[in-house]
Design a protein around this ligand. Structure first.
Ligand code: EZ4
Ligand code: CO
Length: 433
């Protein structure tokens, strides 16, 4: 099965590469010309932007392009600037298409651009895997593990309710639980739902205003984890999200005060635009650090990874340019013993969850996967068969990523504009939500 020199030479002479991409003449996979690409916006409980790419062979792929609270910007980017480039291209050329959309735009990176690229990339991996009849994890190099450990979101209005909520997740079989609680004296802390199991922060057409006090928070959080370890012991992994609200020194203090409780990680301890900020936190605490759900490329994480300032990188498939780019980040992270912890909130559609589970199943340096269950309405619009058992999620071995969209049902849920909340300090200063 070795490539034959003559065939290679012939192809060099006779092939007419499309848009400069290498045109293979000997692949077992016949050309898959992109015939159409469409953006589908639907709101089964929350908004999702989905890309469907169809080929002339009838095989189609589905990609997620959802950017919470800024959905229409990605719709326009795809429809006006990306889809015209896709028509007629060979869907097999995933890497070349990625490079075309990234380098070819001249204006690189950013959450809108990278989510549009991600949608195309996820759909093309889906198409190629379906055409070959294999799950995506097989294209990546095969499974590295039997299941994907996930963490659920436990939250409550106060300490007692949060302790109870964590117990419910443990009873449901979770091996890892994120705990967020209302803070005494803080009206609406991050991560506290108003219903019970479904927490949805993008709640209004114009941003809900919340008030924040870091000092009240810092005095409270260690008490929560003290109680949680007291009640549930050390066998369950506990996680916490600081959601960008602390300065580096405040984060260092929190990390230090949480050390006796052995957290799996402290997430988004401080904003990471200045990657150097994490050095100060790192110098003061051995609490493991996770960051990156708002990153959109390897460049956002480069210094954090190569200086070993973090332990988990949170970029996910839809956030950082699809499987093609996420794989690059994971391989770079592996060099520095940084593991993956893909973002998996409900604003990432089941399509992203499906694709992420294939990535997680493959990634040798996988750490954990965030898992917030979608509503039954969302699950119905995006038929899928990945399943949860004993704290683990499992992708199916169905070809592709295994998630589809029911377009008839999707059409019943029109776009419902909503934005994420904002946060101000008690004196009115605008802060990070
Ligand atoms: O607030 O995805 O770790 N998870 C998170 C999420 C984010 C939302 C924002 O859209 O921080 O809940
Ligand atoms: Co987070």
């Amino acid at each position: 099965m070795a490539p034959r020199i003559n065939e290679f030479v012939n192809s060099m002479q006779t092939a007419q590469p499309q848009s400069g991409a290498a045109a293979s003449t000997s692949s077992r996979l016949p050309p898959l010309k992109i015939r159409s690409a469409r953006v589908i916006v639907t709101s089964p409980g929350r908004n999702f932007v989905t890309l469907k790419i169809e080929t002339d062979q009838g095989v189609y792929g589905i990609g997620d392009a959802t950017l919470n609270g800024r959905e229409k910007a990605v719709v326009a980017y795809l429809e006006d600037h990306v889809i015209p480039l896709l028509i007629g291209r060979d869907a097999r050329h995933i890497e070349d298409t990625w490079q075309l959309l990234y380098r070819g735009a001249y204006w690189r990176r950013g959450p809108v651009t990278m989510r549009a690229i991600a949608a195309v990339d996820i759909a093309l991996w889906d198409i190629k895997a379906k055409a070959l009849g294999v799950p995506i994890y097989d294209l990546l190099g095969g499974p590295s593990r039997d299941g994907v450990m996930v963490y659920g979101h436990a939250n409550g209005a106060d300490l007692e309710q949060t302790v109870e909520a964590v117990g419910r997740y443990i009873d449901a079989g979770y091996k890892a639980v994120r705990a967020q609680s209302g803070v005494p004296g803080v009206a609406m802390a991050y991560g506290v739902g108003r219903g019970d199991m479904y927490y949805e922060p993008a709640d209004a057409q114009l941003p809900t205003e919340t008030v924040w006090s870091t000092s009240k928070y810092l005095n409270f959080v260690p008490k929560l984890f003290d109680r949680l370890r007291d009640n549930y012991g050390f066998d369950v992994h506990l996680l916490h999200d600081g959601h960008h609200r602390m300065t580096p020194l405040e984060a260092a203090r929190l990390g230090k005060s949480l050390e006796p409780y052995g957290l799996f990680w402290l997430e988004d301890a401080t904003p990471a635009e200045n990657q150097e900020s994490f050095r100060l936190i790192r110098q003061h605490t051995t609490t493991p650090l996770a960051v990156g759900e708002v990153f959109n490329s390897i460049w956002d994480a480069k210094d954090l990874i190569q200086h070993q300032l973090i332990d988990y990188i949170r970029t996910t498939v839809v956030g950082a340019g699809g499987i093609t780019h996420l794989r690059r980040i994971a391989d770079f992270a592996a060099v520095w013993q940084v593991r993956t912890g893909c973002h998996g909130a409900t604003d990432l559609s089941p399509v992203t969850m499906g694709a992420a589970l294939h990535f997680d199943t493959w990634a040798p340096n996988f750490g954990i996967q965030e898992y917030m269950r979608h509503s039954p309405e969302t699950d119905a619009v995006f038929p899928h068969a990945y399943w949860f058992q004993d704290g683990m999620l499992h992708p199916t071995d169905a070809p592709g990523h295994g998630v589809d969209i029911d377009e008839t049902l999707a059409a019943k849920y029109p776009y419902d504009p909503r934005q994420l909340p904002i946060a101000r300090l008690e004196d009115g200063t605008m802060w990070n939500w």
